[in-house]
Write a protein that binds this ligand. Structure first.
Ligand code: ADP
Ligand code: ZN
Ligand code: ZN
Length: 729
């Protein structure tokens, strides 16, 4: 009799033993098994003739899921994630799998109906859409940018998709057919076309040459290039070399919004390669196809957000992590991995190079460069034009979020010259607070320890932490006063002010509210690109990686906020963000200008900023970190707990703390349990406990033992999670 050791997607320590029932399963096989009266998908990690479980209690595998087994490298990676981040291996193994596999929704034949545009549809639909038909337009745009679409995805984009598609089919604009997933596994290298290549600058050539020497072997390279310095061209050259030796390339980007543009650019540069994108915006079926194509080597370039690091790639030869400092590489729910760090691990596992690119490398990465664990290539100039000038404008605190006269003047003259202006403010909504003029009470969320934000069009208040939305209160709930004031500036208010100030200018607001709908970000990006707007008001959404050629003035408001933050990483993020957003200016032919309003123009952070001196900033900041034993000079883990009862949270954390004090070695510091920075969210009280060590290894050993103990604490109603290498403290 043989038994399969199987991991399931459950928060329990597996593996679980099952009889193979004569099915030919191997390590990595995906199977369906009975578990707690339900069918569950499982992953076989071993097959053996022995078991320690009483044999009559062992159930049998129900069936094998008809996909190729997972590779042993994939299992090794997940094992590392499980060990390092202290999560059950079962959960880690499932994180990166497409939902169709996790849910075993493959269907027998892999057949499904797909829709695509016909040639006449491509030409004629656009002319039939009137301005109000937004849903139809989104559907049309989706069909344009996807070769094939399944109904489920179409519905997600436009609720009335089914009827609309039928209409278009009747007009001959859309055709439908059955597609078979298996067919997508065939390699079909397209015809070779000669790509357009840019002539590289000297520093680009130097970077390519030095990194190329390391294409065989586990090397970590940092490509530190100022914004607009042409890092992407360097990536492309390196990719070309890897692709020539029939290797696959994994390219990670921080934001899903960056993928369509980059995919186009990649496809133009590598016309004969199959490129797939993997991100959470894909429909289940397209994601499954992309994942399988990547896994079977049909796709040679895999472009994706953090989750893509889990894609099993047999021929992987090079990993690129663009904007490596970006915090969205850290997963903050479920298994809390960091995709950049996993990319570095993967490079060792596969013995291949990884390139971490950024204008503003994270201090962790920077530290590794200084310690010579990572090598660095530098691009200090832009091939086109030069870096923008950054000027500081002194304002009082109360004016820091509104446009100062000097800024208004500068904006006007740019607009008069037909150039675009980007106004950056990192707060959405209309006003971040509503308060009573007589008793100073502020309107806060009843479920969170946080203020409600006022939003307009339509008027309502919203909690940015739990998502609560409600009517704007008409009176103060403390004193009954009817005179509630809105305080401060968000993007909506700024939009209103800008529209009033610059009557004839075309204004667009780009934040997570205005871009909620699928496809709307891309539409806005295009209207900026095609200079259909003059003034862009945007949050950090726009600060990343986008290449706009006509923005010549960037205005930064509300920058000082980070200086008040309690998080030791706040200034690092602030600096990165300001330099990134500044980098949006002057990418075209004329020199860009940045105006930053601050109450503290003499603050060293701003002095480094105006000199574009990221290195000086980083070295200063690292000195401060070293003095306080903060990362990267120490390693941290935070135990986060939540419960409706604050007593339970406190009890749990205190018990966990005692337990830690018991177990810990000398190398480890255990701090006091404290409330989380936002103490209550959605009715749950949140607390946290920090442990820290200057040595990685003892901390890992400790965390493993500690988590084992903690899982036995059984404090009722308390949920907890360990966050290793947290990015928010
Ligand atoms: P980064 O990613 O470093 O911010 P990009 O790779 O987006 O910069 O390049 C910025 C701009 O410079 C792009 O428009 C790109 O086409 C252009 N560019 C890059 N390298 C060259 C080059 N060698 N010659 C001319 N233009 C270049
Ligand atoms: Zn009041
Ligand atoms: Zn709330």
């Amino acid at each position: 009799m043989s038994y399969a050791k199987i991991h399931l997607d459950v928060p329990l320590n597996g593996p679980f033993d099952y009889r193979t029932n004569g099915l030919s399963v191997v390590k990595g096989s995906l199977v369906e098994v009975p578990f707690r009266n339900k069918k569950q998908v499982g992953i076989v990690i071993d097959v053996s003739e022995n078991t320690n479980v009483e044999t009559r209690r062992i159930k049998g595998i129900s069936s094998i899921i008809d996909v190729a087994p997972l590779s042993s490298d994939y299992i090794t990676l997940c094992r590392f994630v499980s060990e390092y981040y202290c999560f059950e291996l079962g959960r880690c193994l499932f994180v990166g799998l497409p939902r169709s596999i996790r849910m075993n929704r493959l269907g027998k034949e892999y057949l499904e109906n797909v829709y695509s545009l016909t040639v006449s549809g491509r030409l004629e639909i656009a002319g039939t859409l009137d301005a109000r038909a937004r849903g139809k337009r989104r559907l049309y745009e989706h069909l344009l940018s996807n070769e094939q679409t399944v109904l489920a995805d179409a519905r997600r984009i436009y609720s009335n998709a089914s009827k609309q598609l039928t209409n278009w089919i009747q007009s001959g604009w859309v055709k439908t057919e059955q597609r078979n997933l298996r067919e997508f596994m065939k390699v079909d290298r397209a015809i070779s076309v000669t790509p357009k290549k840019l002539g590289l600058t000297e520093s680009q050539i130097r970077s390519v040459d030095s990194i190329s020497l390391d294409l065989n072997g586990a090397h970590v390279w940092v490509l530190q290039g100022v914004t607009g310095s042409g890092k992407t061209e360097v990536y492309f050259e390196l990719m070309e070399r890897a692709l020539q030796s029939k290797k696959q390339v994994l390219m990670l980007v921080p934001e899903i919004n960056l993928t369509p543009q980059l995919k186009d650019r990649l496809q133009r540069r590598f016309p004969s390669e199959r490129i797939v994108t993997l991100n959470s915006g894909l429909g289940d079926s397209n994601r499954l196809i992309a994942w399988e194509q990547a896994r079977h080597g049909v796709a040679s370039i895999i472009l994706g957000t953090r989750l893509a690091v889990f894609t099993p790639l047999k021929q992987l030869g090079l990993i690129i992590v663009d904007e490596e400092h970006d915090t969205s590489y850290k997963q903050i729910e479920g298994v809390r991995y960091h995709a950049r760090d996993l990319a570095v691990y993967l490079s060792q596992l596969k013995n291949i190079p990884v390139v971490l690119g950024s204008a503003t490398p994270s201090l962790e990465t920077y530290h590794n460069v200084l310690r010579e664990r990572y090598k660095r290539a530098v691009l200090s100039d832009r091939p086109l034009g030069s870096l923008p000038t950054i000027e500081l404008i002194r304002v009082s605190r109360s004016e820091s979020h509104t446009l100062s006269p000097q800024v208004i003047h500068a904006m006007q003259s740019k607009i008069d010259d037909g150039e675009q202006v980007l106004v950056f403010i990192n707060r959405r909504g209309y006003a971040p607070a509503l308060f009573c003029s007589s008793c100073q009470w502020s309107v806060s969320c009843h479920r969170c320890s946080a203020l409600l934000t006022l939003h307009k069009r339509p008027d309502h208040v919203r909690c940015h932490h739990c998502g609560y939305q409600g009517r704007v209160p008409s009176r103060c709930s403390q004193c009954g006063n009817q005179d509630l004031h809105d305080l401060g500036h968000g993007t909506q208010r700024l939009e209103e002010e800008v529209a009033a100030q610059f009557g004839h200018a075309r204004v667009i607001r780009v934040d997570s509210d205005s871009t909620r709908r699928k496809g709307s970000f891309e539409a806005m990006r295009q209207s900026i690109d095609q200079t259909q707007v003059d003034i862009i008001i945007g949050t950090q959404m726009l600060s990343k990686g986008h290449d706009f050629s006509n923005i010549n003035l960037v205005v930064i408001l509300g920058a000082d906020q980070a200086l008040y933050s309690g998080d030791f990483r706040a200034t690092e993020r602030q600096f990165q963000q300001m330099l990134q957003v500044s980098g949006r200016a002057g990418r075209g032919s004329s020199r860009g200008q940045v105006l930053l309003q601050t109450e503290f123009p003499d603050h060293p952070i701003y002095q480094h900023l105006i000199g574009h001196s990221y290195d000086d900033f980083a070295i200063d900041a690292l000195k401060e970190r070293e003095l306080s034993d903060f990362p990267p000079y120490s390693y941290q883990a935070i135990l986060r707990a939540s419960s409706p009862s604050s007593n339970s949270v406190e009890n749990f954390l205190n018990r966990a703390r005692l337990c830690a004090l018991d177990l810990k070695s000398e190398a480890i510091d255990v701090y006091d349990a404290v409330p989380a920075p936002i103490h209550k969210i959605a009715g749950l009280i949140r607390g946290q406990l920090l442990v820290q060590s200057t040595l990685r290894k003892p901390l890992r050993i400790f965390l493993k033992r500690w988590m084992k103990e903690i899982s036995n604490l059984n404090e009722s109603g308390v949920r907890f999670v360990l966050d290793v290498d947290p990015i928010d403290v």
